[in-house]
Design a protein around this ligand. Structure first.
Ligand code: TRP
Length: 333
């Protein structure tokens, strides 16, 4: 808590390839949090290097990610937007928390097990302690809520366990955070296999619509979306493809399923798919225009990063100093 305001923290990977699933399921709603919470959004470049990166790409994607989140409506005046490596307290607290996290706990993390299979040639210690750095991110800001996808829930639970363990030894150090998993049923499915979630790591590019896809690409991808052999635009069991397209259409237009059924009564899937493509492209056009504008002004983005890092560092240093003092580190000033 910060005065009366609860604190919200989330980390975002520096990858420019966000999908409309990320947009509709999470990012679009981030801007509404800033009324209810004091929000920190951190581009986690230090987490990114747990798998091999091409330095020039990492650098470019760090700018792109910041620009994209801002273009999607995150207002840097109302939220603290910054880059993880610009606030050294993250790495410092992470070391300390390493000493309060058990080998066995980290061995049970499913993401570690998945990633060490996927990157078998590079099972580095950073990959193993990734969740500890994430706990440091969260605990540094005395965070109350952490908006994350379901795949990150286990990591937030570990952060809770670390916080509780530390608080047991050193009372009143950390706020114990809660994960906040979006549950509004706005899960967007793959266009190629609508029983699977739309994922940016899908190999089939036709399965995914990116926020930054151009209009023709968006319309083409929706035209190719897998549907069923029925012909009626209707939300019903067994019609996963159409249900998904209706969900997307509804997210962009705010129309109910009944309204959509009425709108497309007597029309075929072809007309409907084109309409979904058009509302999606129309909605993303201003985001893309703003993104281009922001990205063209590198100095502006850097000024933004600097301001964000200063804000974040102010809170982070307070927590870090408190922890260091409790641990018995000598404070000289
Ligand atoms: N691990 C998260 C992911 O891959 C990113 C992340 C890093 C994060 N630090 C965080 C998310 C702190 C929430 C809070 O998506």
């Amino acid at each position: 808590m910060l005065g009366e305001q609860k604190i919200c923290f989330s980390g975002v990977q520096p990858s420019g390839n966000l999908t409309i699933g990320n947009y509709l399921g999470a990012i679009r709603n981030f801007s509404t949090f800033s009324d209810a919470y004091k929000c920190f959004y951190c581009v986690v470049d230090e987490h990114a290097i747990t798998v091999r990166q091409v330095p020039a790409d990492l650098r470019r994607r760090t700018y792109e990610t910041l620009a994209l989140y801002m273009a999607c409506g995150l207002d840097p005046e109302k939220n603290t937007l910054y880059v993880q490596s610009h606030v050294p307290a993250h790495a410092e607290l992470s070391w300390i928390l390493n000493c309060y996290t058990m080998f066995g706990e980290l061995s049970r993390m499913t993401q570690f097990k998945d990633k060490s299979t996927k990157h078998a040639d590079n099972v580095n210690a950073g990959l193993f302690t990734y969740p500890v750095l994430m706990a440091a991110d969260i605990l540094l800001y005395q965070t109350d809520v952490v908006p994350v996808g379901i795949d990150q829930k286990q990591h937030v639970e570990l952060a809770r366990n670390i916080a509780e363990r530390f608080n047991q030894l050193f009372p009143d150090t950390f706020t114990v955070p809660e994960p906040m998993i979006p549950q509004n049923g706005k899960k967007i499915m793959s266009l190629a296999d609508p029983t699977k979630k739309m994922s940016k790591s899908d190999e089939n590019q036709n399965a995914i619509v990116y926020i930054l896809d151009d209009r023709d690409t968006i319309i083409r991808k929706f035209r190719r979306a897998v549907t069923d052999s029925d012909t009626v635009v209707r939300f019903a069991e067994g019609k996963d493809g159409i249900n998904n397209l209706m969900t997307i259409y509804s997210c962009f237009t705010e129309k109910s399923m009944e309204e959509i059924e009425r709108e497309f009564a007597g029309k075929g899937y072809g007309d409907f798919k084109l309409a979904v493509g058009e509302v999606c492209a129309d909605a993303l056009a201003p985001v893309q225009a703003r993104y281009k504008e922001l990205l063209a002004d590198k100095a502006g983005l850097e000024a933004q990063m600097k301001k964000g890092a200063e804000e974040a560092a102010y809170y982070a240093r307070k927590t870090l100093a408190k922890v260091q003092k409790k641990l018995g580190f000598v404070q000289v000033r």
